[in-house]
Design a protein. Structure first.
Length: 98
């Protein structure tokens, strides 16, 4: 599902909202998530999952084209751990989740 499909889905369920309002809400949520993760905090949506940022240690990598060794700096990357309700929906193990 793309962002525009998500906007259309929300608009379908909440006809009193305009597409611009739906898009604004989605963008604000993404901005809030990004800000929290960049500050080193977790972002949890109960039942869905938890987003967090992790650190990848500095290391030596190899350029596949030239074979040259290059030192990579430490980098942050996003991580997601799904919640129980999401796992149950995917596996259809709980009647309550459906």
């Amino acid at each position: 599902m793309t962002k525009s499909e998500l906007v259309a889905n929300i608009k379908l369920n909440f006809p009193e909202l305009s597409e611009a309002d739906c898009l604004l809400c989605i963008n604000e949520m993404i901005n809030a998530m990004s800000h929290q993760l960049s500050c080193g905090n977790k972002f949890e949506i109960r039942g869905f999952g938890t987003f967090s940022s992790k650190q990848r240690a500095a290391r030596i990598v190899r350029n596949p084209r030239t074979g040259e060794k290059i030192q990579r700096a430490e980098t942050a990357y996003p991580s997601f751990k799904s919640g129980k309700m999401l796992k149950d929906r995917l596996n259809k193990t709980s009647v309550d989740a459906l």
